[in-house]
Ligand binder design. Structure first.
Ligand code: DQA
Length: 161
């Protein structure tokens, strides 16, 4: 069983804490990542976080996940949620289970945020719960790995939308 879980954050999430706090809250990315690392290590898992403002850097990172022995990915693609076929294709290519997380509830914001290029590939989606969403996703990822992997692998998607 893999004991390595990656947390991947997309563009502008490095600004958490000061970025639109009314929408994204006041926790910094460093605080969120430290909380996840501790939560994971307390349960015997290595949780490694990565953030980039660059689409290609996120893709390069995801491509290395299988060789790094990653068992599960927790992903907040940020604005790339709504734009990036390339990042979606990287997730499909590595065929690792992932949970899509958004701090804000993307369904009660601007209409362009309602569509995600990732949700139909994801094991699950959490939106609107702030930093707790990452923690809940991590708990679910750990339970899934302990149970021997998710029931629905990303490659099983049939969504044509
Ligand atoms: C976000 C929601 C996206 O629409 C936005 O572009 C982000 C953050 C969230 O966590 O709520 O940058 O993914």
């Amino acid at each position: 069983m893999s004991k390595t879980i990656w947390v991947i954050h997309g563009p502008n999430l490095n600004l958490l804490g000061s970025r639109e706090p009314g929408i994204y809250g006041t926790a910094t990315l460093a605080q969120i990542d430290a909380d996840l690392a501790k939560f994971g290590s307390d349960q015997g898992f290595s949780v490694e976080s990565f953030q980039s403002n660059h689409e290609g850097a996120l893709i390069d990172h995801i491509q290395t996940a299988p060789a790094a022995g990653v068992g599960f990915i927790i992903l907040n693609p940020a604005a790339y949620t709504h734009t990036s076929v390339a990042l979606r294709d990287a997730l499909a290519a590595v065929a690792l289970p992932f949970i899509e997380v958004h701090l804000s509830n993307i369904h009660r914001r601007e209409p362009f945020r309602r569509h995600s290029y990732f949700s139909d590939l994801a094991v699950g989606v959490i939106a609107g719960l702030g930093p707790s969403g990452y923690r809940l996703a991590l708990q679910a990822a750990i339970e899934s790995l302990r149970a021997g992997g998710p029931a629905a692998a990303p490659a099983a998607s049939t969504n044509k939308g």
